[in-house]
Design a protein. Sequence first.
Length: 146
Amino acid sequence: MSNANKAKGTRWETALVHFLRTVGIDAYRPAQAGLRDVGDLHGLTPFVGQAKDYKSWQDAIREGLDGAEKQKHNAGQPYGVAFIKRIRRDVRQGYAVTTVATFAHVLVRLRRAEKLLATYAAQHEVEEHFRSVSTECGDIFDGRTT
């Protein structure tokens, strides 16, 4: 790639895909769609992701989230998320930014789903759910790599 900024963005998108796949998320980079841009990262249902690697994290958040909010409609997803690279930081330490409305909606969905699981599944299945989430995602928070 001759454009240094495009190459930097591609590296960030690729790093995100690799990381998300290590925790079992089938993320991928779709083909560019021109005017009907569908975002930088797919396989994140119910999200579409927009990746930004800018010197100014304020600009990255603003442009990334504005883009994700537009692109979610083109991609047919209910939520947009902007993945913001932090300079000289590991991919796990980047920011995943959503609107407050998106955060609230996702939290309501998660709580409702876990309440339904607790109501209709056997106790050992509920315990297995929480154990699995902890096992699959624990390394994200404690810094270990998989």
